[in-house]
Write a new protein. Structure first.
Ligand SMILES: N[C@@H](CCC(=O)N[C@@H](CS)C(=O)NCC(=O)O)C(=O)O
Length: 235
């Protein structure tokens, strides 16, 4: 049985099965990416709820795993050279899981870089821009009631990024090629969040992106997505 005692996070949120991957998360657009990938890959894992209402993500134990204080983060007891590894940032987590299993991303060649470029497009563009839009439109609307500029700036950038995705999905079924990959897993929960999380279908004008919304439905309907979108369950 793997000894995880050197990870303070595993002392605060103890593992039932320390030989399984330990996921520390919450079902947000970033959090679900890790759970969906783990479900797709059929890897054994346990999910621990990191509650924002008690600021768990900024606790000493969580920061020891992710000094950036954001979910998700993960420990794989069976990492490189058979040693436990802690890992944070969804781009790194998804790449790690794909490399570990040889699935959800080509192992080499042009196809691998196609996946990586769309993965970076998500973590560097879609996530931060959609997230800022959601902040000003939904969560901090009262703070910018007399100044529409922040919401409009991120709304317009959100629309622009959706236009990029729409253009690509006119050429192929999935974001990075003919196969479903970690690029899709990284990105569809953010587009879905515009509708489900921010109630912004009208203000963004999601009807203008039919291929994108059909792709969201295709990705979300997968059994692994159906499970992963609610892991770990909110209390
Ligand atoms: N670039 C990071 C972003 C992670 C992130 O922003 N997570 C949010 C939830 S969606 C979070 O933990 N927010 C809590 C906080 O900032 O305190 C990644 O891709 O993992």
């Amino acid at each position: 049985m793997t000894d995880l005692s050197r990870f303070p996070v595993a002392r605060r949120w103890p593992a039932t099965n320390p030989d399984a991957i330990q996921l520390y998360s919450l079902p947000t657009p970033n959090g679900v990416k890790a759970a969906i990938a783990l479900e797709e890959l059929g890897l054994a894992y346990e999910a621990h709820l990191i509650s924002f209402s008690t600021n768990d993500q900024k606790s000493e134990e969580f920061l020891s795993l992710n000094p950036n204080g954001k979910i998700p983060a993960m420990i794989d007891p069976n990492g490189p050279d058979g040693q436990p590894i802690g890992i944070f940032e969804t781009g790194a987590i998804l790449t790690y899981l794909a490399d570990k299993t040889g699935r959800l991303m080509p192992k080499e060649g042009a196809g691998r870089y196609a996946v990586l470029q769309w993965l970076f497009f998500q973590v560097g563009g879609v996530g931060p821009m959609f997230g800022q839009f959601g902040h000003f439109y939904k969560f901090a609307a009262d703070k910018v009631a007399d100044n529409p500029y922040p919401m409009e700036r991120y709304r317009d950038e959100t629309r622009r990024l959706l236009g990029v995705i729409e253009g690509e999905l006119g050429k192929r079924q999935w974001l990075a090629g003919d196969d479903y990959t970690i690029a899709d897993i990284a990105t569809f929960p953010w587009v879905r969040a515009l509708r489900e999380g921010y109630d912004a279908a009208d203000v963004i004008g999601l009807d203008a992106y039919p291929k994108t919304m059909a792709w969201v439905e295709r990705a979300a309907a997968r059994p692994a997505s159906q499970k992963g979108l609610n892991i770990p369950p909110r209390p």
